[in-house]
Ligand binder design. Structure first.
Ligand code: PHE
Length: 499
């Protein structure tokens, strides 16, 4: 804990906040939040979401950044330093982001292709592109290449520098798109109404769970990223204030994303004389099918706005993937004492190789050929469910337990205060949150998530059970590998980075 030697860490507070915000702002903000908001009671859901960020997200993020900071090391060492028996919590927090990198890079490839193609038109291109395996693989490689380059350059000269340029750029692009869209005229008001008019009758238990899950994912919690970025900070960075800024930025971007999307879609619907709600408004289809149609219906200026939009999506995705690529890279550097460039290259090559079948399987899904499935899902959805629904809450729970039960909230708050953090009247509530409230809420998310997986719509699904079993097996593997290979061997710290 006393190892405050900073080697290659973030140079300053702003750099750290922007890098962490870069991790947080991702596809979850751009295609998850707007849709969930519109579907779960508009502004009523926004209030709920903000409450989840304030009460759960903030607490876990403080715990994760704190765990990294106090150990100045990768997640395995970070947990090991608290208690040797829980070092495997860290291994899981490295494994999950590694798995996410595999499929996120395929989605990243789509965003690059769509940005490049904005000028010629993307309307109706999704099925063509998706079915053209080699092209998808090529664009995924280009996307991965960006991330590889940044991570190779290191934390200060790569990740921090890139975030300082890319995050303001993302924000400017988003604001430009929102302004453009709000002036489109017909349908804009209806879009805003659809998105934001509060409807408290839509708030049910499942919307509460949706808000909690979304807050988690959107803040990049339970995926090692915040532990790792935290490990590159020293006493000069105020954890509580930084956490506040990251959460505000992330929420603001999510809110603005909806203000770019819904008014545009409703404007298109009004012009075409169709019902906007008949269009696909969620996830992949919203981004790669509906939105290109919407922008391209506006004429050539629309193509330029479309390019801005996809450029923004690339930035959001690349800064997220950088953060999770850094997680596995850091561990490899520290455990095997190899140079950063080699470690990054290794991670990127393995990721690229595994992303190939994922890209092909997604192509089959989008073309409706139904090949290359596992438990009834394409590979991407399968891995997404394994990580998001089952393992990520477990990882977040572990971070919370490590601080709330192993370190104890009292000692944690003392350590944080020594670092210059101030809590005022929130000190006691925060301690209570760390120890009891947040763990209970995470367990609720996990239990309901697994229940929905195995009994979707209250009907038993053997596929869902299969996904749950694979997820638990991954957790067991992390545990086994740790106790067999890592518990009693050196797992390194940031100070070990060479070259
Ligand atoms: N917070 C990210 C998002 O909203 C989640 C994420 C982070 C996904 C890092 C992948 C990698 O999309």
């Amino acid at each position: 804990m006393e190892n405050t030697q900073k080697k290659g860490g973030f140079a300053g507070g702003i750099g750290f906040v922007l890098a962490a915000a870069g991790s947080a702002v991702g596809l979850g903000n751009l295609w998850g939040f707007p849709y969930k908001t519109a579907n779960n009671g508009g502004a009523a859901f926004v209030f709920l979401y903000i409450a989840c960020v304030l009460f759960i997200g903030l607490t876990i993020m403080i715990c994760e950044i704190f765990l990294g900071r106090r150990s100045q090391a990768n997640p395995v060492t970070a947990f090991k330093k608290i208690n040797k028996k829980i070092g495997w919590f860290g291994l899981l927090a490295i494994l999950v982001p590694f798995i996410i990198t595999w499929y996120y890079s395929v989605l990243g490839g789509y965003t690059v292709k769509f940005a490049v193609n904005s000028f010629w038109g993307n309307d109706g291109n999704l099925a063509n592109f998706a079915g053209n395996g080699w092209e998808v693989i090529l664009f995924s490689a280009i996307f991965l290449g960006f991330a590889l380059f940044v991570v190779m350059m290191g934390v200060k000269s790569g990740i921090e520098k890139a975030s300082k340029i890319l995050m303001p750029a993302l924000f400017i692009l988003l604001v430009l798109v929102v302004i453009f869209v709000l002036f489109l005229g017909d349908g804009v008001g209806d879009g805003l109404k659809f998105y934001l008019v509060p409807d408290f009758s839509k708030i049910t238990w499942s919307s509460v769970l949706a808000a909690m899950g979304q807050a988690f994912y959107s803040l990049s919690l339970g995926m090692g990223a915040m532990i790792v970025y935290g490990s590159y900070t020293g006493k000069e960075i105020n954890i509580v204030k930084s956490t506040g800024m990251i959460c505000i930025f992330d929420t603001f971007v999510a809110l603005l994303a909806g203000m770019a999307i819904f008014p545009a879609v409703f404007h298109f619907a009004a012009v075409e004389g169709i019902a906007a709600t008949d269009l696909q408004l969620n996830g992949l289809m919203l981004m790669f099918n509906t939105l290109p149609k919407v922008f391209e219906s506006i004429g050539y200026f629309g193509n330029i706005i479309e390019f801005f939009f996809f450029a923004m999506v690339i930035i959001a995705a690349v800064t997220s993937v950088i953060s999770i690529m850094e997680v596995s890279t850091q561990f490899i550097i520290q455990k095997f004492r190899i140079k950063r460039k080699k470690a990054t290259l290794f991670v990127a090559i393995v990721t690229f190789a595994i992303s190939i079948p994922i890209a092909l399987s997604l192509g089959h899904l989008l073309n409706g050929t139904g090949k290359m499935e596992i438990f009834g899902l394409d590979f991407l959805s399968f891995l997404d469910t394994v990580t998001n629904t089952v393992i990520m809450p477990v990882c977040a729970l572990f971070s919370c337990l490590a601080v709330g039960w192993f370190i104890t909230p009292k000692k944690a708050i003392e350590e944080l205060k020594l670092d210059g953090n101030k809590f005022g009247i929130f000190e006691k509530p925060l301690m209570f949150m760390m120890k009891f409230v947040v763990p209970v809420l995470i367990i609720a998310i996990e239990v309901f998530g697994i229940k929905d997986l195995i009994f979707p719509g209250n009907v038993f699904s053997s596929d869902g059970l299969g996904v749950a079993i694979v997820s638990l097996a991954i957790i067991a593997v992390a545990m086994g590998v740790y106790f067999l290979l890592l518990k009693n061997t050196e797992t390194g710290t940031n100070a070990d980075e060479i070259g």
